[in-house]
Every structure is written in structure tokens, then in C-alpha cells.
Design a protein around this ligand. Structure first.
Ligand code: NAD
Length: 258
């Protein structure tokens, strides 16, 4: 019997094959989960439907987290779920370089709305869909707590997201529902490539992390499998680093500084 047999997981954030959510969906499916995928915008619908066929004919629904109507429609269509993966972020490109203090009010609001508030909105909309003892997880990044040049407002939104994870864990704990964050190392995706200087980040992690390598979307997916499974029923309100240990370094070896 597979680890996730009998469980249905709703996975947001698949835009293309490079999306971390695609790696997560792949691993959840490999371990027996039934999947529901959501997509934002007609532009990516065909690609997401193609992925859904690979993942055992997963159901596919549109979902724009900025639209209450869209969230309501998702809740009406989805049915009961044993887990929810929030793999959503958006920050205007001009806010992913330069000085944080030049961020516009509008840029700040957009980043916080789509990258952080959206977890509250999704849980609120899907509260009745979530079975007792379900697992909710959100993707975060080290830039939430440490300074990562150019990550800027994205890091500030991730700090809010990690705090939201803890408060939701408290809200939902009485139903046995766990809420956790997965903090992934840098992975080349459509979103991460918007961060100025991103292209050098994976190699820096590979050079400086204890495991001397970087991570893949499938590695992140393996953590999602654990969090979705009954192996993690006592784990909530936490941030799990899937970054080859990079977050724990206080100083980098000389070989990694070049
Ligand atoms: P991606 O571009 O593949 O995924 C981002 C997703 O957000 C897309 O599917 C997009 O459709 C969705 N989205 C944006 N606005 C939305 C809206 N209004 N409604 C619904 N969905 C919306 O990039 P990714 O790197 O796979 O990002 C997924 C998550 O992983 C994000 O939270 C990101 O911050 C996080 N993360 C990424 C990295 C990395 O290095 N790639 C590292 C750590 C954390």
C-alpha cells in the first residue's frame, strides 16, 4: 500500500513543467495520492491539463487567488480534500531589484496579497472541503528571515506567509489539521528568474551548503509527501528547509566565496 493511498491533495501553482508545484504533484502522485490541480489564467490551462493526464487523470480547476468568486467556484467544484499545497507567489519585476525602500505602495500590496494573504483566502474558502486531520503546506524561502539581496519585498511577503502558517496551525489544530511551510533552496522557475541575479544562486548553494549540492522540485515534493502523509500527524506550525542545509551556515568556506 502506498503512503498516500486514499488521500486527495489539491495542488495550486502548476504553471509549467518547471514549477515547484509540478515536482510536488509528481511525487504526491507517485506515492498514491489522487490529485486536484488548479491553474491561473487560460494561458497555462493546456499545459496544466497535460500534466493532469500524467498524474493519473487529476481533476483541473481554474483558481485566481485575488478573486473571491474564483475561490468560491473552486470550493464548490473540488469536493473533500486531505491536503492543500499553496505554491503561489507574485511580485512585480521592478520590486525584485534595487532598494527595498523604493517599493511602491501598490507593489507592496500586490506582493502581500498574492504571496501571503492568498493562503488565508484559500483556507477560508476551502475550510469545509478540508477533511479533519488534513495537511496544509505553503512554499517559502530563506529570504523570509535572512537578507537575500534583490529578493526584497518577496522576502517580506514570505515573512508574513510564515507567520500566517503559524496562526492557521493554531486555528485549525483543534480539527487535527496541520499547517506547515516548506522552505526550498533556489530552483530555476518562471518566478525565481524574475529576481535580479537569480542565475548565480543555485551554484552558490551547491558550493556552500553542508551537502554540497542544490535541490530539485522533486526533492521539495518528497517533503510534501511526508507532510501529506500520516507520518507527520504531530508536526505543525513549522518551517521545513529543503535546501541541502544551506540555511544553517553562519559563514561560508573559502572555496564557496568566489
Ligand atoms: P512558478 O512561476 O512556476 O509558480 C508560481 C505560481 O503562482 C504560478 O503557477 C502562478 O500561476 C501562481 N500565481 C501567481 N499569481 C496567482 C494568482 N493570482 N492566483 C493563483 N495563482 C497565482 O514558480 P515557483 O518557483 O514554482 O513558485 C512556487 C512557490 O515556490 C512560490 O511560493 C515561490 O515563492 C516558492 N519558492 C520558490 C523558490 C524558487 O527558487 N523557485 C524557492 C523557494 C520558494
Amino acid at each position: 500500500m502506498a503512503l498516500l493511498d486514499g488521500k486527495t491533495l489539491l495542488v495550486t501553482g502548476v504553471a509549467n513543467r518547471w514549477s515547484i508545484a509540478a515536482g510536488i504533484a509528481k511525487q504526491l502522485h507517485a506515492h498514491g495520492a489522487r490529485l486536484i490541480l488548479t491553474y491561473q489564467g487560460e494561458r497555462v490551462e493546456d499545459a496544466v491539463r497535460e500534466h493532469a493526464r500524467e498524474f493519473g487523470g487529476a481533476a483541473v480547476h481554474p483558481c485566481d487567488v485575488t478573486s473571491e468568486e474564483s475561490l468560491r467556484a473552486l470550493a464548490a467544484a473540488a469536493g473533500p480534500i486531505d491536503g492543500l499545497v499553496h505554491s503561489i507567489a507574485f511580485v512585480k519585476k521592478e520590486d525584485l531589484s534595487g532598494k527595498v525602500y523604493t517599493t511602491s505602495r501598490d507593489g507592496f500590496a500586490t506582493a502581500m496579497d498574492i504571496s501571503a494573504y492568498s493562503l488565508i483566502a484559500l483556507v477560508n474558502a476551502l475550510e469545509r472541503n478540508l477533511n479533519d486531520n488534513a495537511s496544509v503546506m505553503a512554499l517559502t524561502y530563506l529570504g523570509a528571515t535572512q537578507i537575500v539581496p534583490n529578493y526584497n519585498i518577496a522576502g517580506i511577503a514570505k515573512a508574513a506567509l510564515e507567520s500566517i502558517v503559524r496562526y492557521l496551525a493554531f486555528d485549525l489544530g483543534e480539527r487535527g489539521i496541520r499547517v506547515n511551510a516548506i522552505s526550498a533552496g533556489p530552483i530555476k522557475t518562471a518566478s525565481s528568474r524574475q529576481v535580479a541575479g537569480f542565475s548565480s544562486m543555485p551554484a552558490k548553494v551547491a558550493a556552500a551548503s553542508p551537502l554540497k549540492r542544490n535541490v530539485s522540485a522533486e526533492d521539495v515534493g518528497n517533503c510534501a509527501v511526508y507532510l501529506a502523509s500520516d507520518l507527520s500527524t504531530q508536526v505543525t506550525a513549522d518551517v521545513h528547509f529543503i535546501d541541502a542545509g544551506y540555511h544553517a551556515m553562519g559563514m561560508y568556506p573559502d572555496t564557496a566565496q568566489a
